[in-house]
Design a protein around this ligand. Structure first.
Ligand SMILES: Cc1ncc(COP(=O)(O)O)c(C=O)c1O
Length: 389
């Protein structure tokens, strides 16, 4: 009997402790965690420098409210603006809340209401961000959505031209669609789409909730593809597992977010911010990010060597340490087999095994993960092939 609404299809794993890339369950079984709380614990579980910073903040004060001058908010906002090239920050508590803020800001700043997003996108589970999401399964049963969201197929410029117009407040997208299947936006498409949006006077809003904070080997994924957004949203990895979200935007938008226009009781909580400050100090360092790229390349190379010959393995996707293995069939049974053998991985869309290891994962942990995954995939693929005969 559970006292919880059954909103999640939970695994049969009950964590008792977690450190670095490892999670131990209540039976003492150890798992190599390549889910990192769905791209959240970018420095692994309980990183020492973050733990120290949070403990120091807990000694000072936990919560006041946004009626006060919170120095840590200024400090973390400075880190985020310097890393992104944007100017001003609003703090929220989650990815969906950050996207809500982005949507409200884009509408108020432009005086328009229409927002164009892409099919297979994912922007969150609040009402507006659910409506923004380009996946029917997320919306089923909730009745009419907000009419002002319009969807275009990803990577299709002529289709986008059909829907962008002078009524459009914003074009909103992920550079790599995370939940939708690790679908990468083509550089040319994203640049032309953004330029077109601007021609109509619409803002370019990039959802960096999953791709940001070093996950793809740059502070933010838009920096791989030469984009120049007006607003980006961030959450997940920003505070190593304490709840925090943020939007970072251009200073020209400041008037639309004047006092009283938007807010959050918990947004920019000092404890979460102490965690964010210590996390970003490490993650936004150039040499740290160079290692994320090296490790990502190593992981993909090892995966290709080990898995390419398996007929059910269709290909490899992603950037930095946001990696997908695309299968010819549903990924769920394969990640269940890997979990059984001690590796935690995720799905993305129906057919992709998604790996989001800690950004400071060790070489030997990468090798171990590839070895477990190879055993699991080979075993499942063999079972499926023989079952079909
Ligand atoms: C791209 C993207 N945007 C928004 C969200 C929603 O974030 P949260 O679950 O923190 O509300 C997610 C979560 O997976 C995401 O991947």
């Amino acid at each position: 009997m559970s006292y919880l609404f059954p909103t999640y299809a939970r695994w049969d794993v009950t964590p008792s402790s977690a450190k670095g890339a490892w999670l131990t369950d209540k039976n003492g079984k150890k798992y190599l965690d390549f889910t990192t709380g769905i791209g959240v614990c970018n420095l692994g579980h309980a990183p020492e420098q973050v733990k120290d910073a949070v403990e120091q903040q807990l000694e000072k004060f936990w919560h006041t409210s946004n009626l006060f001058q919170i120095e840590l908010q200024e400090e973390v906002a400075k880190q985020l603006t310097e890393a992104s090239g944007l100017d001003l920050v609003f703090f929220a508590n989650s990815g969906a809340e950050a996207n809500e803020a982005a949507i409200k800001l884009a509408r108020k700043a432009t005086g328009r209401t229409k927002i164009v997003t892409f099919t297979n996108s994912f922007h969150g589970r609040t009402f507006a961000t659910m409506a923004a999401t380009g996946q029917e399964k997320i919306k089923t049963g909730f009745g009419p959505m907000l009419e002002t969201f319009v969807y275009a197929p990803f990577n299709d410029l002529s289709a986008l031209k059909e829907v962008l117009d002078k009524e459009t407040a914003a074009l909103m997208f992920e550079v790599i669609q995370g939940e939708g299947g690790l679908n990468e936006g083509d550089q040319d498409f994203l640049q032309e789409a953004s330029a077109l949006a601007r021609e109509y006077g619409a803002l370019v809003v990039i959802d960096e909730v999953q791709t940001g904070i070093g996950r793809t080997g740059k502070p933010f994924a838009f920096q791989h593809v030469g984009l120049d957004p007006d607003i980006i949203s961030s959450a997940k990895g920003i505070a190593s597992g304490l709840p925090l979200g943020a939007i970072i935007g251009r200073k020209e938008l400041a008037d639309a977010f004047s006092p009283g226009s938007h807010g959050s009781t918990f947004g920019g909580n000092p404890v979460s911010l102490s965690s964010a400050k210590a996390t970003l100090d490490t993650v936004f360092d150039d040499s740290f990010l160079a290692q994320v790229n090296e490790k990502g390349e190593k992981l993909v190379k090892s995966l290709k060597e080990a898995l390419s010959s398996i007929p059910q393995v269709k290909g490899f996707k992603g950037k930095g340490l946001m990696i997908g293995i695309e299968l010819t069939e549903e990924a769920g049974p394969y990640i269940a087999a890997a979990r059984e053998k001690g590796l935690l991985a995720l799905t993305a869309g129906a057919n992709v095994i998604r790996l989001l290891p800690p950004l400071n994962v060790k070489e030997e942990e990468i090798e171990q993960a590839v070895s477990i995954l190879t055993d699991a995939i080979k075993e499942k693929a063999y079972e499926k092939t023989t079952a079909g005969n």
